[in-house]
Write a protein of this length. Structure first.
Length: 179
């Protein structure tokens, strides 16, 4: 489901799988890291070139966007960073600002259209979603003081994030030959 149907979150994929199989919500399920490991295996076996090309495309877009919003100390996170970005992946960028309004004013001044939505976490102030080069980017705005906070995944693992310099290094190391 995650690779073929664009289900982005392991928890949602597990619930949908349980429903399809007629299992109760309380059924024993693999943890998120096991789901992600199987996703990587599937992508490597069945979507290798497509997945690598899509991730590279999304990394390039993320780097350009991060450079543009540099004043808000952007960090890339999610599937584009961890290498599981596929056909339907969205770019997730964390921003740190005194206020979400500061980011919104910046986007308006830069003539960047966005959609404002409520975040799924109490820590974040807003999610500003933009479309750039046929990709969806979610700018998740956190208070400036949260910049040094170590964010955790649902299953307690540290949520990886990368600054622009690291994203540029990933790009330099992953340039794929054109076939």
């Amino acid at each position: 489901m995650m690779a073929e149907d664009g289900v982005g979150a392991p928890a949602l994929a597990k619930r949908k799988a349980a429903r399809r199989l007629g299992l109760p919500d309380s059924a024993a399920m693999p943890d998120d890291s096991e789901v992600e490991a199987e996703l990587r295996t599937y992508q490597r076996l069945f979507q290798d070139e497509e997945q690598r090309a899509r991730r590279l495309q999304l990394l390039r877009i993320a780097a350009r966007l991060m450079a543009r919003v540099q004043r808000f100390n952007p960090c890339l996170s999610g599937s584009v960073l961890d290498g599981t970005a596929g056909r339907y992946a969205e770019i997730d960028i964390q921003l740190f600002a005194d206020s979400a309004k500061d980011v919104e004013i910046f986007l308006l001044n830069e003539r960047i259209a966005y959609r404002h939505s409520q975040p799924r976490t109490d820590r974040a102030e807003a999610v500003l979603t933009i479309v750039i080069d046929d990709a969806v980017a979610n700018l998740v705005v956190y208070p400036r003081d949260d910049e040094r906070v170590i964010f955790k995944t649902r299953d307690g693992r540290t949520r990886e994030r990368a600054r622009l310099e690291t994203v540029n290094k990933l790009l330099a190391g992953s340039e794929m030959p054109v076939r």
